[in-house]
Design a protein around this ligand. Structure first.
Ligand code: NDP
Length: 334
């Protein structure tokens, strides 16, 4: 029988993603309840308290976060701040004895990722990265095609994710390198992760190129990044990501056919087709609700997370290799 208890979740960082997707998604979960908030913006507190019935006792700021250790109503802290702040707050949540869900990109570099993983281990809490697509049914299907070689062994992958962004506020984190901005951190982890889950392999060499065209907007970060990931066995995956061009594809070639997801990374509408006419119609469910329920159930049943910290670290290792390769024009071994 399935556990009936619900995990109390506190969202940390009440920006666009928490407001638009995670809080509404939590209303659709079976195994979670939105019970707390952690915010640096006092004006958001009454709005969230009223909308979601959050009591004063479950409201924290970044200054009082450590006190969450004494609050039995909160089981999970979900880190939804700009990437450069993930490590700091994820470690504090783990040290407060709370399970940690952390948004992508996991952190700025491998060392930060490792420090989050270590903090979770040392404090005996679960750690999961917000890879919602690992819970998306069509994505799970194409991962299975690769693993079971439904169309033969995978021989090639092409993938890209981007949109035309402006972010008019010059302090918006997506425009600020020190906060973890740029297309590669924000969008690039999707094609990197997809190349890894489509092949089931880890890259052995990485080449990358990063640049900006609208320097007024993206003078401090990459507006465009292209890369090549070389996998064991010789598969070379071309990937691209962008704040200056719309793209959203994951195309896979195998020995006896092909399959693809277009779009492959949207909140809704992820779907595609295969070379033998199998349709992969979009799933109508709420992706983030599915993600949070699955990770909550893993915690409740004492299982490892579906998307563990190591999964986030492996993508950041590739991100850093792309950055290094772009900087010195060499291929970098991941
Ligand atoms: P926003 O800029 O909309 O919100 C970030 C929030 O973080 C702010 O509103 C603020 O909340 C808090 N914050 C704390 N310190 C700072 C700071 N120094 N500068 C800016 N904000 C700060 O970002 P998003 O919600 O779009 O993204 C947050 C995270 O979620 C990122 O890691 C992003 O990659 C990820 N994300 C994931 C998606 C997915 O599909 N998995 C989709 C979109 C985003 P407060 O005022 O409450 O303190």
């Amino acid at each position: 029988s399935r556990p009936t208890a619900k995990l109390g979740v506190a969202l940390l960082g009440l920006g666009g993603y928490s407001t638009g997707r995670l809080a509404p998604g939590l209303q659709q979960t079976t195994h979670c309840e939105l019970r707390g908030i952690v915010t640096g913006s006092p004006e958001k507190i009454p709005v969230w308290q009223e909308r979601y019935g959050i009591p004063d006792a479950n409201v924290y700021s970044y200054d009082t976060l450590d006190e969450i250790a004494d609050n039995d109503a909160i089981d999970v802290v979900y880190i939804v701040t700009p990437p450069s702040l993930h490590a700091r707050d994820a470690i504090r949540a783990a040290e407060a004895g709370k399970h940690v869900w952390c948004e992508k990109p996991m952190a700025m570099d491998e060392a930060e990722c490792r420090s989050i993983i270590d903090a979770a281990e040392q404090n005996g809490v679960s750690l999961s990265i917000g890879y919602r697509l690992h819970h998306e049914p069509n994505t799970q299907t194409i991962i299975r095609y690769g693993r079971e070689e439904t169309y033969g062994a995978v021989t090639g992958v092409k993938t890209g994710a981007g949109f035309v962004g402006r972010f008019p506020d010059p302090t918006a984190w997506r425009r600020v390198g020190a906060l973890g901005g740029g297309a590669l951190y924000d969008m690039g982890v999707y094609p990197i992760n997809a190349a890894r889950y489509a092949t089931g392999l880890e890259p052995v060499a990485v080449r990358g190129r990063q640049w900006s065209e609208r320097m007024d907007l993206f003078g401090d970060v990459d507006e465009f990044t292209t890369f090549e990931l070389e996998f064991p066995g010789g598969i070379v995956v071309p990937g691209e990501t962008s704040f200056g061009e719309t793209m959203n594809y994951l195309d896979i070639e195998a020995e006896r056919g092909w399959y693809r997801l277009r779009p492959f990374m949207n909140y809704t509408g992820v779907g595609g087709e295969t070379s033998d006419g199998t349709r992969l119609p979009p799933d109508p469910g709420h992706q983030q609700a599915r993600q949070m329920d699955a990770e909550a159930l893993a915690i409740l049943e004492g299982r490892p997370p579906i998307a563990p910290g190591e999964e986030g670290l492996r993508d950041i290792r590739v991100v850093n290799a792309i950055q290094a390769s772009s900087a010195d024009d060499q291929a970098w071994i991941a």
